[in-house]
Design a protein around this ligand. Structure first.
Ligand code: AP5
Length: 219
């Protein structure tokens, strides 16, 4: 199973990719999480990417492509992967196609998480994340069992720097300028499937499972 999760920031790509990857033991390759790991570990890539991410801009294609191809190559067991947040530009999508073809790999589907702007802003401003395991919560929609603490690790949850109102607005602009064109790009390839992501988590998950059944994607 090889999937691409596409959609604006806050649409729920990470939440559902994490759910599905745990349930079906496939790799969840989230560009944002991997970049933030590089920042925490102060790798040369992390040092280069830190300010760009905090401003809500996109990290240059060459850096992201290299990083993601290395991650895909490390996927073990042949069960597949979910790409969450990659590709995000036409340049990245072209490079990914070339990379997959050279490895005789094929994407089963591109899931486009469609969410309205008011829902996105509410979700991102209420998001809290575990700095240890990257699990996402929302202060109202998906609260942790103990306020402010990760259910899994017990560590204090944090708010991402790029989840401040000004940066959220900028990330949405960047999405429309750089990433939204991928909807048509994958529509032309007939790989694109829209999912209404404005609904609650259980409903979105059920819609995703129905879609996989319809497409005969084995998880
Ligand atoms: P990244 O971390 O990928 O951020 P993003 O795409 O902006 O996506 P988000 O993580 O904000 O949203 P999501 O759709 O995953 O939503 P989530 O599930 O968390 O990227 C960060 C930065 O890294 C970029 O700005 C850029 O600088 C850089 N970068 C990343 N990829 C790059 C690339 N390919 N090229 C260049 N640069 C790149 O949900 C959001 C909140 O809503 C959570 O609180 C969650 O609990 C809640 N929620 C989710 N679903 C529901 C639901 N159905 N009902 C209620 N609440 C929900």
């Amino acid at each position: 199973m090889k999937l691409i999760f596409l959609g604006p920031p806050g649409a729920g790509k990470g939440t559902h990719a994490e759910n599905l990857s745990k349930q079906y033991q496939v790799s969840h390759l989230a560009t944002g999480d991997i970049l933030r790991r590089h920042i925490r570990e102060k790798t040369p890539l992390g040092i280069q990417a830190k300010d760009t991410i905090e401003r809500g801009e996109l990290v240059p294609d060459t850096l992201v492509n290299q990083m993601m191809f290395a991650e895909i190559q490390q996927v073990k067991g042949g069960k597949g992967f979910i790409l969450d947040g990659f590709p995000r530009t036409i340049g990245q999508a072209d490079a990914l196609s070339e990379f997959l073809e050279s490895g005789k790999m094929k994407i089963d589907a591109v899931v486009n998480f469609v969410a309205s702007e008011s829902v996105i802003i509410d979700r991102l401003s209420g998001r809290r994340v575990c700095p240890q395991c990257n699990r996402n919560y929302h202060i109202h929609n998906i609260p942790p069992k103990k306020e402010g603490l990760c259910d899994r690790c017990g560590v204090a949850l944090i708010q991402r720097k790029d989840d401040q109102p000004e940066t959220i607005r900028h990330r949405l602009e960047v999405y429309h300028k750089e990433t939204a064109a991928l909807v048509d790009y994958y529509k032309k390839k007939k790989w694109l499937h829209d999912v209404n992501a404005d609904r609650e988590v259980g409903e979105v998950l059920a819609a995703l499972k129905l879609l996989f059944e319809r497409l005969k994607i084995s998880l």
